[in-house]
Structures are given as C-alpha cells and as structure tokens.
Design a protein around this ligand. Structure first.
Ligand code: FES
Length: 251
C-alpha cells in the first residue's frame, strides 16, 4: 500500500476508501463511522447528531451503494463506512406526532386509537422491524397496541431510541416510534401498579420527616460534608457467593 493511501489514526494504520458526500468524493479511513467520516471530510454536524453512542436516535441516516437499487439505513454514529458509499443529508422524517394533554388521558387503548388512527392502515409488511437499528420488534408492538395490550407494546418497544427509521419505511405512513412512546408513557403513568413504599416515602417527606436532616446537610461546610459522606453507613459487601454466571459476566 502506498503511503498516500494510508492514514495513521491513534497509532493504527487505516486504509483510505472513497465515499461520496452530497455527490463529492472524499477519501476517508475505512474504520470510521459515517458520522466521523463526514466530519473527516470537513463537514460539521450542527443537527442530526446527539450522543454519538447509538442511544439518542438523532442520527438516522440513509445511504446507497453503487450498482445497488436499495436504500440502506443506519445510525450514522454506529455504521462503518464502506467503499463507494453514497451519503446525502435528508431532512428529519416527517412523522406526525399527535398533540395531547397527557394529564387528561387515562390509559385506555382507545385513546391511542383516536390519536393515531393510522395504526389500522398497517398491512403487517414488517418493513419497520427490518429497518430498526436497535432490533426492536416494531411490528409486534404495533400489533400489541392494535389488540389493546398497552403493557406488551410498552415492554416490546422499550429499547426504541426514537430514531424514526421505522416511520421512514412505513407504507401506512404511521409514526411507530411515537405510538410506542405513548404506550410506554401510558403504561408507566396509569397502568403499572402503584408502589406503596413510594407513597409512604412521599408522605413522610411532605410531613417534614427529613427536614432537619436536610437542613443539617445544607448548613455543613464542604469538608464536613465530604467526611460525612465518606463515613456514611455502607451496604455490606458480599463475596458474590450467590452470584450466577450471568452476574459474573458483567465483572
Ligand atoms: S448520535 Fe445519538 S444515536 Fe447516533
């Protein structure tokens, strides 16, 4: 490999490959993600970029490959560039997010049906599931909403990062990710059993049970506060005798 076809990044030699951004060719290290490659080419991300770690869903991207009619999708911060990839910026997905007063909802499936009637245009093509970069079973949670099972919809859609790629592929022009989000909100606010210990704790706080302790902490100097923190009662350490192999895998 000639030296001009090499790039040294953090001590590792990377091969340069051509990509096209808005029709213009750039040679970029083949190890970069789309996001980093676009920046390497000199563009600055002002929008369409958030966490850079595959969590916020801001960087949904479409691209094409030469000689291939398909439009590919991915998160720009997670998808590694390929030779001859064509990248073009597109505006945000035009997904309708219903406007509602959450406090006036009660958690009935009919409320979702009224806010998102597009649900019933779903032809179960499963394109939404196939395009999801988080491997969420999108069609399954949409089907759960249609049967009125909000809990199932909330659980199945839990890993959704709201990137909107599902909506970009939907024949029914349905904003699946907004529907899943509403299901999770309804489930969390209205359908999960109320935690009794939380109610008791809130009542205790309101009755002023911790006021003296908090005032004492607020009046402390920084040094005393640090010492108080260091000397606090700690949860006893365990030797991990009762850990399962699954627990240990996180060590
Ligand atoms: S920038 Fe947050 S998911 Fe890519």
């Amino acid at each position: 490999m000639s030296t001009d076809a090499q790039e040294v990044t953090a001590g590792v030699e990377a091969k340069l490959i051509p990509i096209y951004v808005m029709g213009k060719r750039y040679d970029v290290p083949d190890s970069l993600t789309i996001m980093k490659a676009i920046e390497y080419a000199g563009y600055k991300y002002i929008r369409g970029c958030g966490c850079r770690g595959g969590v916020c869903g801001a960087c949904a991207t479409v691209f094409r490959k030469p000689g291939d009619y398909k439009i590919y999708t991915g998160l720009a911060c997670q998808t590694v560039v390929e030779p001859e990839m064509y990248l073009t910026q597109i505006p945000f997905y035009p997904a309708n997010r219903a406007v509602y007063d959450f406090g006036s909802l009660t958690g009935r499936p009919e409320e979702i049906f009224a806010l998102y009637p597009e649900l019933f245009r779903c032809v179960a093509c499963n394109a939404c599931t196939k395009v999801c970069p988080m491997d969420v079973e999108v069609l399954d949670y949409i089907s759960a909403v249609k049967r009125g099972d909000i809990e199932a919809a909330a659980r199945i859609s839990f890993d959704c990062i709201q990137c909107g790629l599902c909506a970009s592929r939907c024949f029914a022009e349905m904003p699946q990710y907004h529907i899943g989000q509403l299901a999770r909100r309804l489930w969390g606010a209205y359908l999960t059993p109320k935690a009794e210990h939380l109610k008791t704790m809130v009542a205790n706080i309101q009755a002023g049970r911790f006021s003296d302790g908090l005032s004492g902490l607020k009046a402390m100097s920084q040094d005393t506060l640090k010492k108080t923190y260091q000397d606090r009662e700690m949860e006893p350490a365990t030797g991990g005798e009762d850990w399962t192999p699954k627990d240990r895998q996180y060590l």
